[in-house]
Design a protein around this ligand. Structure first.
Ligand code: PLP
Length: 417
């Protein structure tokens, strides 16, 4: 079929059978292509145009697309036993749980596997309530923990919450990054404080260095659990295996997903201290999932963690992140009035614009130049840049060149915007 027809037909299907508003929004951002294939950092559309993937499926493609070692592990498992009966032990599931206990901080030991970030958060919240017998959960304004009912109760953006109220009772939201705000509401009825170590969808917000350690202390004082949501920050994204490692903090429960499946399989997990796991030990079927912990997803995750360690991707994320951040800062200085701030850790970078309207111009020009980025979900003034951790310096230079041209285009239009 003709490429143009393929493209139009897919957009038509989206419009007619999924959501017409979504199609309009994509087109407004200059996106009308259909992805055909992907490899490493590149995605190719139906016309053969190549894009550097700096969105990375919101942090899924830390290893790039179709990493050969993950492909090999998944193919091997596919040919052996893709899904398990669940009644016999599965080798890769057990092995992944053991590996997670060694790479997660402190004494975190037991893991449960689901299929997404939201499921990991659901499980963590349930465990916190079951363990403490308390109802209250403290979360942060502008946080993002997923959109299922429990996770959404923790997510801190009214736009996503309001149509579904009443959500779970007992959730309190306080400003992010301010210890006093938590101190003012935490008490002996508090089951947990749930927090992203760096707010992703909130606009790549890095808290003060003493924030997580202070939350750890407060939780200890009130015997509340600290849940650190590493669904987006985990597995090397910020330059450490987990972002909480930067601050020397061990949570009671840690959630992971996104990059865990190596960009090939969906998988999410929550991992907890042995003491906290007691409710699930007393009643092992209290929390279950049919597809969670399936052999193919676990094989992908084992290969992913192996690659992250053996290819030094945490260190690469730090070095390349500093290089990319410095380049973006130079561009910001060259064209004043366009970018308010460039910030982030490792290869989790946010570019906050002075005005929301500027974003459309920059995004359209970046897409035109073959660089894929997107806004953060809770903050449309912030463009997120989360390329694969395997990205080369040559490709980073291409991304910076594209940003230079795009920001210059916006700068030249400043008076008209
Ligand atoms: N937690 C965090 C920190 C996230 O960034 C996300 C997704 O962006 C989620 C949870 C939800 O993950 P999922 O979309 O896989 O349900």
């Amino acid at each position: 079929m003709d490429n143009k027809i393929t493209g139009n037909k897919t957009a038509f299907y989206y419009e007619q059978y999924m959501n017409p508003a979504m199609v309009r929004l994509f087109r407004l951002m200059g996106l009308s292509s259909v992805a055909q294939e992907a490899s490493g950092c590149m995605i190719t559309d139906q016309d053969g145009k190549e894009y550097i993937d700096c969105l990375g499926g919101y942090g899924v493609f830390s290893l790039g697309h179709r990493h050969p070692r993950v492909m090999e592990a998944v193919t091997l498992q596919l040919n052996k036993m893709p899904l398990s009966s669940k009644i016999l032990f599965d080798e890769s599931t057990g092995q992944l749980a053991a590996i997670l206990s060694t790479i997660t901080p402190g004494d975190l030991q037991y893991s449960f596997f689901g299929n997404s970030g939201a499921e990991a958060v659901e499980g963590a919240l349930k465990l916190a309530r079951a363990y403490t017998g308390r109802k209250k959960v403290i979360a942060t304004v502008n946080s993002f923990h997923g959109k299922t009912m429990g996770a959404l109760s923790a997510t801190g953006r009214n736009l996503f919450r309001d149509p579904f109220e009443p959500l779970l009772a007992g959730f309190v939201h306080v400003p992010f990054g301010i210890t006093d705000a938590v101190e003012n509401v935490i008490d002996t009825d508090t089951a947990a404080v749930i927090v992203e170590p760096i707010q992703g969808e909130g606009g790549i917000i890095v808290p003060p260095d003493d924030y997580l350690p202070a939350l750890r202390k407060l939780c200890d004082t009130y015997k509340a659990l600290l849940i650190i949501d590493e669904v987006q920050t985990g597995l090397g994204r910020t330059g450490a295996m987990f972002a909480c490692d930067h601050y020397g903090v061990t949570p009671d429960i840690l959630t992971t997903a996104k990059a865990l499946g190596g960009g090939i399989m969906p998988i999410g997990a929550f991992t907890a201290l042995p003491e906290v796991w007691q409710p699930y030990i007393i009643s092992p079927f209290l929390h279950t999932s049919t597809f969670g912990g399936n052999p193919m997803a676990c094989a992908a995750a084992i290969a992913t963690i192996t690659v992250i360690i053996e290819e030094g991707l945490c260190q690469q994320s730090t070095i390349k992140g500093e290089y990319l951040l410095a380049g973006l800062q130079r561009i910001s200085n060259d064209f004043p009035g366009v970018i308010r701030e460039v910030r982030g850790k490792g290869l989790m970078i946010g570019v906050e614009l002075c005005e929301e309207g500027i974003g459309g111009v920059i995004m359209a020009e970046l897409i035109n130049q073959g660089v894929l980025v997107a806004y953060t979900l809770n903050n449309p003034k912030v463009i997120r840049i989360e390329p694969p951790l395997i990205i080369s310096f040559d490709l980073i230079d291409q991304v910076l060149d594209a940003f230079d041209t795009s920001v210059e285009a916006a700068y030249n239009l400043l008076d008209d915007l």
